[in-house]
Design a binder for this molecule. Structure first.
Ligand SMILES: Nc1ncnc2c1ncn2[C@@H]1O[C@H](COP(=O)(O)OP(=O)(O)OP(=O)(O)O)[C@@H](O)[C@H]1O
Ligand SMILES: [Mg+2]
Length: 391
């Protein structure tokens, strides 16, 4: 069928034509937004799960829902080598520029001045212009440039939340790949989130990250236990078919039941794989009804695409020594392996493999589900490794 009309969207963070199976999380978030607008606070949301399950698109949907209600939003992604200061500053400029106006209320003007000082705390040269002279209006604000991260971020977010309240909305901060923040940064955000929840600032946080995130948060701050954790997983059996059928109907096409069933089964109900198989199947199908035969071809094509893209990109990120380690893990499938067992497979002392293991965790290829264990962050990675021809 016409590839121009192909509605499927495999790819990191790409918004699916139909976001299915996330109603509970979306409902909880919608409730939190409305509660915050009434002065009731909530603990941060934490979305965690394997690669490709849909954490980023869910986080972005949270952001869209907040934006629709005219909230002040900042979405950042850790792990790019930038500091939390830079990330927050960059994410805030546009939303603030949208809000800034000479006739703004006192608290918004104060928050803008604080934001300017925050910008100055990491960027000595550049400053922000909001199109009018902020220094002309009297009033306080500023002071988010002490150089102490906790003080500066707290002042920034508190003043922004205050300004949001003045506008009868709230402020929301979204942090993707949160496991990649350094410990000080994560601790800072946790402390501020906790203060916000206690003191009822209209400030909501949502964190997304790998399955190790809950443990990392707990280690950063003990009260992170109270955060609202949602494990993002494969799409529920009852609705998974809709990820394929709804986008097709919107483009005047249909899936035969056995074709849907086949793609659903082969995808393991993982969102990324559903999108990849859906896309390939669409392209091979003559239409308007997508048949089981189309699905068989699409899955074969899709597997090829996954092997050369999704899996290969991760594999190539590992050094030869790290690839050895991953191969030793692959023996156990996706279930996870004991570090000690891997060492004995590689005929090495467990301690000597510590740096390799740490490097793989740093690269986001594996995580530690519990002490002494490692598992792949990418579903299907073990099978991919088993398919490779080894030198
Ligand atoms: N609920 C959903 N319904 C249908 N498709 C989805 C859903 N969630 C995600 N997808 C699709 O799955 C793919 C992966 O989504 P996303 O990038 O959000 O995953 P992720 O969990 O953030 O992965 P990573 O850990 O690699 O960042 C995208 O192609 C997206 O369109
Ligand atoms: Mg993501």
């Amino acid at each position: 069928m016409d590839p121009v009309r192909n509605p499927y969207s495999p790819g990191a963070g790409r918004k699916p034509a139909a976001l299915v199976g996330r109603d509970d999380a979306l409902r909880a978030w919608a409730t939190a937004l409305r509660r915050a607008e009434r002065g009731r606070s909530d603990q941060p949301f934490v979305l965690y799960g394997l690669r490709g399950v849909g954490k980023t698109v869910l986080l972005s949907e949270f952001r869209r829902n907040a934006s629709k209600r005219k909230w002040i939003v900042a979405q950042i992604e850790a792990g790019s080598g930038k500091t939390l200061r830079e990330l927050l500053g960059e994410a805030l400029y546009e939303p603030l520029a949208d809000l800034a106006r000479p006739s703004a209320g006192k608290r918004l003007l104060k928050a803008l001045r604080t934001a300017l000082s925050f910008k100055a705390s990491y960027d000595m040269i550049g400053t922000w212009s909001f199109g009018f002279d902020l220094s002309a209006s009297d009033g306080d604000g500023g002071g988010a440039d002490t150089g102490i991260l906790d003080t500066d971020v707290r002042r920034l977010l508190r003043d922004l939340a205050d300004a949001a309240e003045e506008e009868q909305v709230g402020m929301a901060v979204f942090v993707d790949e949160a496991q990649d923040l350094d410990v000080t940064e994560l601790t800072t955000l946790c402390t501020i989130a906790h203060a916000a929840a206690q003191d009822e600032w209209p400030l909501l946080f949502a964190f997304a990250g790998l399955p190790s995130l809950p443990r990392i948060l707990a280690e950063a701050k003990s009260y992170a236990e109270r955060f609202q954790y949602s494990k993002i997983q494969q799409i529920d059996e009852t609705v998974v078919a809709e990820a394929l059928t709804i986008p097709a109907v919107q483009e005047d096409a249909q899936w035969a039941d056995d074709a849907v069933a086949l793609v659903v089964a082969r995808s393991g109900r993982y969102p990324y794989f559903l999108q990849q198989y859906g896309q390939e199947t669409w392209n091979v199908a003559a239409g308007p009804v997508i048949t089981k035969h189309d699905a068989e071809l699409g899955i074969a094509q899709g597997n090829h695409q996954l092997d050369t893209g999704f899996f290969r990109a991760r594999w190539d990120r590992a050094t030869p020594a790290e690839q050895q380690y991953l191969r030793a893990m692959a023996v156990d499938g996706d279930a996870g392996s004991s570090s000690g067992e891997i060492a004995s497979r590689l005929i090495r002392k467990p301690k000597s493999l510590g740096p390799t293991r740490a490097a793989l965790i740093n690269k986001g290829l594996v995580f530690a589900p519990e002490h002494g264990m490692v598992a792949f962050t990418v579903p299907g990675m073990a099978a991919f490794i088993a398919r490779q021809i080894h030198p």
